[in-house]
Design a protein around this ligand. Structure first.
Ligand SMILES: *Cc1c(COP(=O)(O)O)cnc(C)c1O
Length: 434
């Protein structure tokens, strides 16, 4: 069985099991867990008939058969591929309960944690900082579990009204905190609480993309999507993979799939104006030279200091620059791409997906004449109806909400306000009565 090591482990430090790494979230030394070994994909993975079957065949090596089966149980919604043009495919990852790809990681993690806690007489409190989509996905995935309760922290004014309705829907065992600050402040509060000795008596963990239990299952849709595109094309040709990126968890999962055997033509990390990573790739910024976050239409990608950079950098170092291309897309270009995609392709996309499509268009426009271009797979990370204001502004059209989103509109709400200081969250966690 594979063991896991913190990105900050010192020589001789003990490695931990998957369950230990997942239940801890962040390593005690403040680092992020990563497998000590990356097993090659099982032969014939392309033939899996469903995401759940793919989970059972690929994830067992990382987490054991039981946890892999538990994860498979949470992957109960489709990941369809839509052909936008001759050689551009969109992998729709937004058909889960909260209409964003975060459902994949959150539901996987919830199932795996529940499986791990069975047999241990333990309760766990999960902290999650969210720029919108993670929080609702996690709250939804964990709601009602007997051994786990969840505190969700989101930036006041930093999420869309639809997202806020999802985040604050009253759920058993879930508290929503509206933080006077940015997403980075929320993330800092979570990190401070996890390291706070005063909270040692509360069994705390995190469900951000820093949790390895969320990240590993996310590698599955890169495999699934590639296999669907190859079927459609009738040829197994490496794809240009375009990832709308913020905290870089999604990209990390994709690079893991490639490292273990998925053939690609490369990765394109598409960022909004929060562009530390593209600048790092272009040698315009040093590693870890993060910026404060700025607000853009693709709110879930408004991350100034992406947590997973530490994971990527400690794994690949400057070799990252050889594996990933970066692109920064401004706000006006994002909305313009939404408009063009609606007009030319008759397809409404959310602002995050639009950042990916625009980055791809620029990559292709910059190619040398006659250069052979790979078909592209762009990850569609959220349903357009999650961002109706932006879609309306860009396209003049109001996206129809799918049933899974409509159910939040009328749900009873519950939310608490919090200052961006550790003391407030500490008090709330110590006083939690349920
Ligand atoms: C979280 C999120 C992203 C960014 O994913 P990371 O793993 O943080 O890079 C992109 N789009 C949407 C809709 C998201 O919710």
């Amino acid at each position: 069985m594979i063991l896991y090591r913190s990105t900050r482990a010192v020589e001789g430090a003990a490695d931990v099991t998957f369950d230990e790494a997942m239940l801890a979230g962040l390593a005690p030394d403040g680092g992020l867990y990563w497998p000590t070994r990356l097993p090659p994909l099982p032969l014939g993975w392309e033939a899996a008939k469903s995401p759940a079957e793919l989970a059972r065949s690929v994830l067992g090596a990382y987490m054991g058969a039981e946890a892999a089966a538990a994860v498979a149980g949470g992957l109960d919604f489709p990941w369809p591929v839509k052909r936008l043009t001759d050689d551009v495919f969109v992998l729709e990852l937004f058909h889960g309960p909260t209409a964003a790809f975060k459902d994949v990681g959150a539901r996987s993690l919830a199932r795996a944690i529940e499986a791990a806690l069975i047999g241990r007489d333990e309760r766990l409190t999960i902290l999650v900082a969210t720029s919108g989509d993670t929080g609702s996905a996690v709250a939804d995935a964990f709601a009602g579990l007997k051994r786990v309760r969840v505190a969700v922290l989101y930036p006041a004014g930093g999420v869309s009204p639809v997202q806020e309705a999802q985040l604050t829907a009253s759920r058993q065992g879930v508290r929503a905190f509206r933080v006077e600050g940015t997403f980075d402040d929320c993330q800092a509060l979570v990190k401070a609480a996890l390291a706070d000795p005063a909270l040692a008596g509360v069994n705390l963990s995190s469900a951000n993309s820093i949790n390895i239990g969320r990240l590993l299952p996310q590698s599955l849709y890169y495999l699934w999507g590639s296999a669907r595109v190859w079927e459609e094309l009738g040829v197994t040709t490496p794809l240009e993979v375009v990832v709308p990126s913020g905290n870089l968890g999604n990209l990390t999962a994709g690079l893991l799939a490639a490292e273990t055997g998925l053939r690609t033509a490369g990765f394109l990390a598409a960022h909004n104006r929060n562009d530390f990573f593209p600048r790092y790739l272009a040698r315009e910024a040093d590693a870890y030279a993060f910026d404060a976050s700025v607000a853009t239409p693709s709110t879930a990608m408004d991350v100034g200091a992406p947590s997973n950079f530490e994971r990527l950098f400690s794994w690949l170092g400057d070799d990252l620059r050889a594996r990933v291309r970066g692109c920064r897309v401004g706000d006006a270009a994002t909305l313009e791409r939404m408009r063009v995609t609606a007009e030319q392709d008759g397809y409404l996309v959310c602002p995050h997906t639009a950042v990916g499509l625009e980055a791809l268009a620029r990559l292709r426009a910059a190619a040398a004449p006659g250069e052979r271009r790979a078909p592209a797979m762009v990850l569609a990370t959220a349903h357009p109806a999650k961002f109706p204001e932006a879609v309306l502004e860009a396209t003049g059209r109001r996206p129809a909400a799918p049933a899974n989103l409509r159910r939040f509109t009328d749900a009873p709400k519950r939310v608490e306000s919090l200052a961006a200081r550790p003391a407030g969250l500490r008090a709330a966690l110590l006083d939690w009565v349920d």
